[in-house]
Design a protein around this ligand. Structure first.
Ligand code: CP
Ligand code: NVA
Length: 304
């Protein structure tokens, strides 16, 4: 049996990403029109969360329920995972009881190890290195508002974090230009950048990155697990706020996205965040639901 995991965007081909996005758009329409099929009847999703979540938990849990399946919330506080049971043992046990698993954790190696021992598809619901589910929702959102992202220019402003690194993967697979503006020593992984090649431009100047961009996106300066660095990071990122002045350098029809949760007046001005001429953050958040339903349909279908 072939098992298809989704640990990074590279676990899907370009064609498969397009297929998932098209299905997400179709499932969104079906949901709105009340014509959903219970395609997950009898299926159970195991959801392992080692970090907090609102969007990811609600979207996966609601998505399973809407398509006739069930979801189990598994926290390290009340499972043996939190008491040191090895990942390879947990993976072999859990994957004999559920049909698909999503994991939010710290090191990417943990999710790779779980997948290695799992008998069912494993989805990365955020690691310190990547957040590929968010990218599916973001691409869906761009397509819905502006059409194909191929050949467009995306500007990432801020930390070279899990979201930034997922945008790098997306640029490689979907053939768009990505301008990244980060403070010195907050750049994304150098090996990933080397693999990505000429599509990616890294600068320390947000204006350079945003110039001509069709989409500007950012994220918190301190991610989960970096809370103690918050004050220090605020100093280094002082010139990296996305606001109306900055996006004045972008294309006239530029969109603004943020994976959320957002810190108003830190990485994005409150005015821009709330300005629906540019900001599509609520569509982006909603699309987590539709994109992940489509992803699960794809992975379960392809793993037969
Ligand atoms: N964007 C995102 O993953 O949000 P949560 O942390 O609330 O799941
Ligand atoms: N970079 C953020 C994303 C949250 C969805 C974090 O890892 O905390």
């Amino acid at each position: 049996m072939t098992i298809r995991h989704f640990l990074t965007l590279h676990d899907l081909s370009t064609d498969e990403i397009h297929q998932v996005i098209d299905l997400a758009i179709e499932l969104k329409a079906a949901h709105r029109e009340g014509r959903q099929e219970p395609v997950f009847a009898g299926k159970v999703l195991g959801m392992i969360f080692e970090k907090s979540s609102t969007r990811t938990r609600v979207s996966f849990e609601a998505g399973m329920a809407q398509l006739g399946g069930d979801a189990l919330f598994l926290s390290p506080n009340d499972t043996q995972l939190g008491r040191g049971e090895p990942i390879e043992d947990s993976a072999r046990v859990i994957s004999r009881m559920v049909d698909i698993v999503m994991i939010r954790t710290f090191g990417h190696d943990k999710i790779e190890k779980f997948a290695e021992y799992s008998k069912v598809p494993v989805i990365n619901a955020l690691t310190d290195q990547f957040h590929p589910c968010q990218l599916l929702a973001d691409i869906q959102t761009f397509v819905e508002h502006r059409g194909s992202i191929q050949g467009k220019t995306v500007a990432w402003i801020g930390d070279g974090n899990n979201m930034c690194q997922s945008w790098i993967n997306a640029a490689m697979l979907l053939d768009f230009n990505l301008n990244i503006a980060c403070p010195i020593s907050y750049e994304p992984d150098v090996e990933l950048l080397a693999r990505a090649g000429k599509r990616i431009n890294v600068t320390n100047d947000p204006v350079v990155a945003v110039t001509g961009a069709h989409l500007v996106t950012t994220d918190v300066f301190a991610s989960m697990g970096q809370e103690e660095e918050q004050e220090e990071r605020l100093k280094h990122f002082a010139n990296y706020q996305v606001n109306h002045q900055l996006i004045g350098h972008a294309a006239a029809d530029v969109l603004f996205m943020h994976c959320l949760p957002a810190h108003r007046d830190e990485e994005v001005s409150a005015e821009l965040f709330e300005d629906e001429k540019f900001s599509v953050v609520w569509d982006e958040a909603e699309n987590r639901l539709h994109a992940q339903k489509a992803l699960m349909v794809f992975l379960l279908g392809a793993s037969q």
